[in-house]
Each structure stands twice: as structure tokens, then as C-alpha cells.
Design a protein around this ligand. Structure first.
Ligand SMILES: CC(=O)N[C@H]1[C@@H](OP(=O)(O)OP(=O)(O)OC[C@H]2O[C@@H](n3ccc(=O)[nH]c3=O)[C@H](O)[C@@H]2O)O[C@H](CO)[C@@H](O)[C@@H]1O[C@H](C)C(=O)N[C@@H](C)C(=O)N[C@H](CCC(=O)O)C(=O)O
Ligand SMILES: Nc1ncnc2c1ncn2[C@@H]1O[C@H](COP(=O)(O)OP(=O)(O)OP(=O)(O)O)[C@@H](O)[C@H]1O
Length: 499
């Protein structure tokens, strides 16, 4: 496409040479390919303008930015834009042919439950016979169901990748795509040029405040998804919904907690490996079974059901689809265990509110003691989460093991101290700190009794552990199986030493 045409489509002036042929767009200079326009973004850390030379050397034929800083040379046409990230998103959509316009798009946002809700919605759509894609933390899927990874591991990648993935969905014959939209993506305009048909909201609790500044700022960023879609699925149990209602063009509501809503779950029974409830919907009431544990998954299911219903799938088909869902790796995932062994569950809860819910729901089906192994991330991650995690863990579990969880360059002991402080200030002493995560898991699994449950929280499906400056391959499910094996061997060697 000619630079002049691209600028016209974005309603921008072109300073010089409108005839330059632009074939792609990027924000990252070292990813530039011949024919790309490079969008120079003034970021939180560096100014993208300082990488113009590198981008041009790699073949960039034009630069878009908010104004060329003095002293920086731009040997290719420079187009001044009012907002660089918005221009990146708009240009990416234009060059990709606006793929979202030919797709039904269900966007999912919220603090907790986005991935579960997205994966469930994708499953319900496929069970209803819709050719469906997915873009989520777990990766992206074309309608063939094969999970693929974008070049960078983001929940929602930058706009050029989002648009390329959506163009790939169109080419692969997708009718519908479920897009998990992180708050960073909404704040940084990564999904600005995506035409959402339905926005589903899970909940909002304190997270990423280091980036968003305040709860109000975090809410305002997340709310953009609701403002952008013609129809919203809102959680009547979430206190922020009251503020969302006037922002939604039209909406439906759901409640898993007995509030007045269009979609409701009552008579919830938490079984050892499934959830059963009566589903009340605009099409009447039916019994529903979801083969997952975790009471909060009832709310996630309602969000997915209402979102997919808004895309035209009827309730009987939805309820049938619910019963065949295979779960999401690393979220309330149960480790196979033998007779006389504790139940071990791997879960991704990494905020105090989600940990509280995870422990409360596991408690319901635990006969003996409840153990939790957890840490809190360091490096750029929000340090204010640590003490509340310590307090919540020691309040909701019987025995708590504090350990490492991606402490990066932050001294591990400083994080453990903060978590312990949260526990102590709440007057509790039911904890111990074991820095090495493998040892911590081994200790809990070995010491737990047959009627106990051990929740391994925080790492969920993550494939690496960031320890100091090292990145170590990690698989929490394998660690759990390993710990059960160590327990078996110890008991075989000393049957009298049973926990
Ligand atoms: C906090 C955050 O999201 N930051 C994003 C933001 O970074 P920034 O503003 O600091 O940008 P910067 O590093 O100053 O760079 C400025 C510009 O120069 C460019 N640059 C920079 C360096 C270079 O060598 N070459 C180059 O071209 C950059 O691409 C950028 O366009 O813009 C960059 C690209 O423009 C993103 O890569 C970066 O994501 C960082 C790496 C990140 O870790 N983001 C995470 C937190 C994130 O987005 N997470 C959410 C999920 C969170 C959750 O729910 O858990 C996600 O959707 O994955
Ligand atoms: N509706 C919910 N309310 C509270 N906690 C939840 C809810 N759904 C899931 N969780 C907890 O949050 C963890 C992460 O779930 P999930 O991956 O679906 O959320 P997410 O929003 O995608 O998280 P992230 O943004 O961190 O990737 C789960 O392992 C569970 O402990």
C-alpha cells in the first residue's frame, strides 16, 4: 500500500514521498523487515526514535512518530501522528485488511478468570459447530485447535501481531475468535483496531497497580473493552459493574452469588472433580455440569455461556458443551495420586483475592488439613502484593510454605520477609519459609496426610522460574508428581515414618 494511501486511511498528513510502498508495520526496530513502516513510540523506558537508524538499516521505508526529536536523523519519510500507539494499531489493521471486520469477536477481560473464560468460550463455540480461533495467555489457536505461540509471550501481543493473527484466522476459515484482552493491552492500544462484537467482564481486584497507578486507573483501562463493544456481559457480583453499566451500549448480566441477573447459577454443588448447578438463563432453567473444580469457575462459566449466547448459540447446546470441557492447564489442575496419598492441586492464583477463593473452594472438598505452597514475584512486579498474600495464605490454609516465585533480581529473602510480615501482623504462626521451590513442594507433599490437600499456588502453567539472573525451565505438574514419588519412596523405605 502506498504511504500516501495509508496516511489518508489514518487521516494523517504525509510530509514527503507518498508513493513509497509500505508492506508492513512494526514498533520494534530489530523486527523491522524491508518495506515496513517503523512506529517510533516514546515508551516508559526508552524513546523508540533512538532506534530509527536500526529500523531503516533493516529496510524500514517510513517512520511514524509524535514528532522527530532534535538531533535525530530520519533518512526516510517521517509522518507526524497524534498518538504513536494508536497509529501503530490503526496502521496494522489497515495493512492487514481489517480482519476483525470479517469475524465475530468475543473479548474477555478482568483481573481473574480471563483465560479460563476464554478457553471455555472457545470450547462452547466449537461444540456448537462454529469454526473458532483463540488468542490468549496460553497462545493462539486457529480453528484447527493446534496451540501456537506468538513471537513474544504476551497475554495480548502488540497490535501488529494481533492483526496478523486475526488475518491468519480469516485465512484459516474462522468465523469467531475469542480474544483475551489484558489491561496492558487495553492501556497500550494493542486491541484498539479490533472490532469486538461482545465484551465479557470477569471481575476487578487490585493487580498491576505498579503499571496502572491506582484502582481507578486500572478500572478505566479495563473498561475500554466494554466501551468498545456493542454488547457487554457484566458480572452482577462485581462491585465495579455499577460503574460499567452506563458505559455499555447494551448488556446482559450474570451472577454466581445470588444477585439479581439475567444469567444465574443456584444450588451449586462442589464435587471432588466437578461443579453442578441449576442454570437460570433468558431461555429458562436447566441443570448444568462443569467438569472443573473451583467455585469461581461457576462465575467463569456464566460469563462464557452468556458471551457465546450473545453470538447466537442456544442454551441447550451451551449446556451440552459445558459438560465436555477438558479444563485449562495449570488452573485448578489435579495431579494423579494413589490411594492413601494427599490430593495435590496446581493453580495459578497469584493475587490475594484469587488465592483466598482458591483456598476456600479447595477447603470444601478437603477432609483433613489444607496446605499451600506459594511465593510472590520480584523484579518489576508489584511489591505491595506480598504481605497480603502472606496474610491470606495463613488465614485460609492450615499450613503455609512460603517459597520462591520468580524473584528475579530482588533478594528472595526480602520477599519471604514481606510475606512473613503479612502473616505475623495478622497474628499467625502457621508458616515456614523454604526458599528452594522444589524442596518446598517436596516438604509439603511428604508431610501431608492422606486426607489432606496441598495447593501449589502461583506458578500454574508457567514454563520457567526466574531465579536471580537465571531462567530455569519449570513444570509445576512434573514437580508435584516428582514430590509424590519422593513421598512414596520415603514411605517404602520407612513405613513407620508415615506423615
Ligand atoms: C508494562 C508494559 O506492558 N510495557 C510495554 C511497553 O513498554 P515501554 O513503554 O516500557 O516501551 P520501551 O521499552 O520504553 O520501548 C519504547 C519503544 O521502543 C521500542 N524499542 C525498544 C528497545 C529496542 O531495543 N528497540 C526498540 O525498537 C519498543 O518496541 C517500544 O515501541 O511497550 C513495549 C512495546 O511497545 C512492550 O514490549 C512492553 O511490554 C513489556 C515488555 C511487558 O513485560 N509487558 C507485560 C507486563 C504485559 O504486557 N503483560 C500483559 C499481561 C499482564 C497480566 O495480566 O498478567 C500481557 O498482555 O501480556
Ligand atoms: N472468576 C474468578 N475469580 C477469582 N479467582 C479466579 C477466577 N477465575 C480464576 N481464578 C483464579 O485465578 C487463577 C488464574 O485464572 P485464569 O488464568 O483463568 O485468569 P487470568 O485472568 O487469565 O489470569 P492472568 O491475567 O494472571 O493470566 C486461577 O488459577 C484461579 O486461582
Amino acid at each position: 500500500m502506498r504511504l500516501g494511501d495509508l496516511a489518508a486511511a489514518l487521516d494523517l498528513p504525509v510530509a514527503s514521498d507518498p508513493s513509497v510502498e509500505v508492506t508492513g508495520v512494526t514498533h520494534q526496530a530489530d523486527w523491522a523487515r524491508p518495506g515496513d513502516a517503523f512506529v517510533a513510540i516514546r515508551g516508559a523506558r526508552v524513546d523508540g526514535h533512538s532506534f530509527i537508524g536500526q529500523a531503516v538499516e533493516r529496510g524500514a521505508v517510513a517512520v511514524l512518530g509524535e514528532g522527530l526529536p532534535e538531533g535525530i536523523d530520519c533518512p526516510v519519510p517521517y509522518v507526524v501522528v497524534p498518538a504513536a500507539r494508536a497509529a501503530l494499531a490503526d496502521a496494522a489493521a489497515e495493512l492487514a485488511g481489517h480482519p476483525s471486520r470479517g469475524l465475530q469477536i468475543l473479548g474477555v477481560t478482568g483481573t481473574d478468570g480471563k483465560t479460563t473464560t476464554s478457553c471455555l468460550a472457545r470450547h462452547l463455540l466449537r461444540e456448537a459447530g462454529r469454526s473458532t480461533g483463540l488468542l490468549s495467555t496460553v497462545g493462539y489457536e486457529l480453528p484447527d485447535g493446534v496451540l501456537r505461540q506468538p513471537p513474544t509471550h504476551f497475554t495480548t501481543p502488540e497490535a501488529p501481531q494481533v492483526q496478523q493473527i486475526l488475518a491468519g484466522e480469516v485465512a484459516a476459515g474462522a468465523e469467531t475468535v475469542v480474544v483475551e484482552a489484558s489491561s496492558h493491552a487495553l492501556a497500550l492500544d494493542r486491541v484498539r483496531a479490533v472490532d469486538f462484537d461482545v465484551a465479557a467482564w470477569t471481575n476487578l481486584t487490585g493487580e498491576h497497580l505498579d503499571f496502572h497507578g491506582s484502582m481507578e486507573g486500572y478500572f478505566a483501562d479495563k473498561a475500554k473493552l466494554v466501551q468498545r463493544a456493542p454488547f457487554a456481559v457484566l458480572n452482577a457480583d462485581d462491585p465495579w459493574t455499577e460503574q460499567l453499566l452506563p458505559m455499555a451500549a447494551s448488556h446482559t448480566t450474570y451472577s454466581a452469588e445470588g444477585a439479581d441477573a439475567d444469567w444465574r447459577a443456584t444450588d451449586v454443588v462442589e464435587g471432588p472433580d466437578d461443579l453442578r448447578f441449576t442454570l437460570h438463563s433468558p431461555e429458562g432453567s436447566r441443570t448444568a455440569v462443569l467438569p472443573m473444580i473451583g467455585r469461581f469457575n461457576v462465575a467463569n462459566a456464566l460469563a462464557a455461556l452468556a458471551g457465546v449466547h450473545a453470538l447466537g448459540v442456544d442454551v441447550p447446546t451451551l449446556v451440552d458443551g459445558l459438560a465436555t470441557f477438558g479444563g485449562v492447564p495449570g488452573r485448578m489442575e489435579m495431579v494423579e495420586h494413589g490411594e492413601g496419598e494427599p490430593r495435590v492441586i496446581v493453580d495459578f492464583a497469584h493475587t490475594a483475592p484469587s488465592l483466598e477463593k482458591a483456598l476456600a473452594t479447595v477447603r470444601v472438598t478437603t477432609q483433613g488439613r489444607l496446605w499451600v505452597v506459594l511465593g510472590s514475584a520480584g523484579g518489576p512486579r508489584d511489591p505491595s502484593k506480598r504481605a497480603p498474600l502472606g496474610e491470606t495464605a495463613t488465614e485460609c490454609a492450615d499450613v503455609v510454605i512460603f517459597t520462591e516465585e520468580d524473584h528475579r533480581d530482588t533478594p528472595l529473602q526480602a520477599i519471604l520477609d514481606e510475606m512473613e510480615r503479612g502473616a505475623r501482623e495478622a497474628g499467625r504462626d502457621n508458616f515456614v519459609s523454604i526458599g528452594d521451590r522444589r524442596e518446598a513442594i517436596e516438604y509439603a507433599v511428604s508431610a501431608a496426610g492422606p486426607a489432606d490437600t496441598v495447593l501449589l499456588a502461583g506458578k500454574g502453567p508457567e514454563e520457567t522460574l526466574e531465579r536471580d539472573t537465571e531462567t530455569i525451565p519449570w513444570d509445576e505438574m512434573s514437580e508435584a508428581r516428582r514430590a509424590l514419588q519422593v513421598r512414596r519412596e520415603a514411605l517404602a523405605a520407612d513405613p513407620a515414618g508415615s506423615p
